[in-house]
Design a protein. Structure first.
Ligand code: SF4
Length: 221
């Protein structure tokens, strides 16, 4: 049986590495280097990064670190796809933390996050029904969230909103960490979502994706 070489153990399949402005979550507005890992086992209806499902290039983790360093940013966001679908993502996260970066991880909520380095700020989705993937929510992940983490729920309809509102209340998610509600571009009026949140006095943070306003979601931003 073939065994992996030591070099192979340290490689990840990467769709892109780029330098931009963080468009969402707690670190919004910071100049950030994004490391987008290839592949995702989910297929959310409204996914805006389908180009990351396939392809990509195998890159040594040390090579990734060198490219990240070349941009001179304090913040690094590891994203996808679903970055945790590649097990060596955990090594990348650890090495980025060791190098002194402020590291965030965007993850679908469908894969166990218990072994993620605790220095990493996890931005973890919970998938509402209109995503088509809510059955994939790994609810035990809520027990592994730290105070600096964030739960993000992307909302495509009033029904999604009510699901999200109930999930937050039922699991007291706001008492674990920050909760973000974000409208699906073109599916729910941002103002309507904002007004629902106000009307129900929810303990959540409304957000619009800054990069969509700035660059209309073009790859590389
Ligand atoms: S988990 Fe993220 S990358 Fe995967 S299909 Fe859903 S939105 Fe797209």
């Amino acid at each position: 049986m073939a065994t992996e070489t030591p070099t192979a153990v340290e490689r990840l399949r990467i769709t892109e590495i780029f330098h931009s402005i963080q468009g969402e979550a707690d670190a919004i507005g910071w100049r950030t280097v994004f490391v987008r890992l290839t592949g995702c086992p989910l297929r959310c209806v409204w996914c805006d990064t389908e180009y990351s499902f396939y392809g990509g290039n195998w890159r040594d983790i040390d090579d990734i670190l060198a490219e990240v360093a070349s941009h001179g940013a304090k913040h690094v966001c590891v994203t996808g796809g679903e970055p945790l679908a590649q097990k060596r993502c955990l090594t990348l996260l650890q090495k980025l933390c060791d190098a002194g970066y402020e590291v965030s991880l965007e993850t679908s909520g469908a894969i166990d996050v218990s072994t993620v380095d605790p220095r990493v700020r996890k931005v973890m989705d919970l998938k509402a029904p209109d995503s088509g993937e809510s059955k994939r929510n790994l609810w035990s992940n809520l027990d592994h969230l730290l105070a600096h983490d964030q739960v993000k729920i992307v909302i495509a309809s009033r029904a999604d909103y009510e699901w999200a509102r109930n999930a937050v209340a039922e699991h007291a998610i706001d008492q674990r960490c920050m909760v973000l509600f974000s409208p699906v571009h073109g599916a729910v009026e941002p103002r309507a979502l904002a007004e629902w949140i106000i009307e129900d006095k929810l303990p959540v943070r409304f957000q619009l994706q800054l990069h969509k306003l700035l660059w209309n979601d073009a790859p590389g931003h």
